[in-house]
Write a protein that binds this ligand. Structure first.
Ligand SMILES: NC(=O)c1ccc[n+]([C@@H]2O[C@H](COP(=O)([O-])OP(=O)(O)OC[C@H]3O[C@@H](n4cnc5c(N)ncnc54)[C@H](OP(=O)(O)O)[C@@H]3O)[C@@H](O)[C@H]2O)c1
Length: 331
């Protein structure tokens, strides 16, 4: 089959279209013909091999999984032993390693059926970013109606879903984003945006019941200056927040360790790839309560340029790659 292949760790120059064997179907899994896949910061982490602490798990010099990508949408082609709830021909979205390929094998528990009215490209954008946002808002931050919520990185993949889900929960949302993404963030329901370059100090952003950080990367004590006395600081992540080994991961663990000793609630998000949570997000899209936040659908010939734009943080919300034509491109 045609696939995007990764030769080593680095930038998009490590990626090229090539051919790979069709992955074998296993019990509890489903074989999907992929229509669209969406890169996210996880795709970038796997491409760059950062933080380096994860390399023993990914492959020391080259990734053990040579096909990048996690989030996808497509049509079920075969169903493995013991799988219930999915049938050949179903339109599904989900997550599995190796999504940038004509076919992918995914664990059935990480899949959800795409409801009527939701496109393949919109569905492909949801499995990692929006599911992370749902778990952050509902399970970790436990956002309630009337709360003041600050989303840092509101113009990004996770942030664009955080803003919408917090608004849906009844919160009044402020988004921190670059000036270029301010109008986009307001279009998602944020009542106010803060340009982090014009107003760099969290102490000047206001006081919030909940602060969710997907981008700032500053120390916990600095971010806590934007919290109300009993507020909650929720760390999703931030790229290049530390050295190459941990890349800011230590901040998440520090939040959990420090939590019992401070008056604020400090918590981290550890995303679980969940078909059930993905189904919740897809239903929000189908009913119009949420929109997909896809600002760009790139043809497969432009996949590398799209991933490079995401790495340079130029993408507002999500970019999706339409994989129609991958077979022809792979030859
Ligand atoms: N904990 C978990 O389980 C989990 C799951 C998924 C993702 N993550 C992490 O969450 C982070 C965000 O992921 P993502 O996929 O949403 O990335 P993304 O799509 O690249 O979005 C990040 C956004 O942050 C903005 N930004 C950069 N610096 C900023 C700053 N100082 N203040 C405010 N905004 C800033 C960028 O745009 P502008 O600069 O133009 O505003 C960009 O839109 C990553 O670090 C990722 O590893 C963690």
């Amino acid at each position: 089959m045609g696939a995007l292949l990764q030769r080593g760790y680095g930038g998009v120059e490590t990626l090229a279209v090539g051919r790979a064997p069709v992955p074998a179907l296993r019990p509890g899994h489903v074989l999907v013909r992929v229509a669209a896949a969406s890169p996210d910061s996880g795709t970038i982490h796997l491409m760059t091999g950062r933080p380096t602490i994860v390399r023993p798990f990914l492959g020391l010099r080259t990734p053990r999984q040579p096909i990048p990508g996690l989030a996808f949408a497509g049509v079920v082609e075969a169903v493995g032993e013991g799988v219930e709830g999915f049938a050949v021909g179903d339109a599904v979205a989900g997550s599995a390693p190796g999504a940038f390929a004509e076919r992918v094998v995914a664990r059935a528990t990480k899949l959800a059926r795409i409801p009527e009215g939701v496109t393949m490209t919109d569905a492909a954008a949801q499995p990692i970013s929006a599911v992370t946002a749902l778990q952050a808002v509902r399970d970790v931050a436990r956002v309630e109606a009337g709360q003041r919520v600050l989303v840092i990185g509101a113009g990004g993949g996770v942030g664009s879903a955080l803003v919408q889900l917090a608004v849906l929960a009844g919160a009044r949302v402020t988004g921190v984003a670059s000036a270029a993404k301010a109008a986009f963030v307001r279009s998602l329901g944020a009542e106010r945006t803060i340009d982090y370059r014009a107003t760099p100090e969290p102490a000047d952003w206001g006081r919030f019941d909940v602060v969710i950080d997907t981008a700032d990367g500053r120390g916990l004590s600095v971010l806590r200056q934007a919290l109300a006395p009993r507020g909650a600081l929720v760390i999703v992540g931030a790229d290049h927040a530390g050295g190459p080994v941990l890349d800011g991961l230590d901040r998440q663990f520090r939040a959990a360790l420090l939590n019992p000793f401070v008056r604020h609630r400090l918590a981290m998000v550890m995303q679980r790839e969940s078909g059930a949570d993905l189904a919740v997000v897809l239903e929000h899209l189908a009913s119009g309560r949420m929109r997909s936040a896809v600002s760009e659908v790139a043809p497969v010939a432009d996949a590398l340029a799209a991933i490079a734009r995401l790495q340079r943080r130029e993408v507002a919300g999500k970019v999706v790659v339409d994989l129609t034509g991958l077979a022809a491109l792979a030859g």
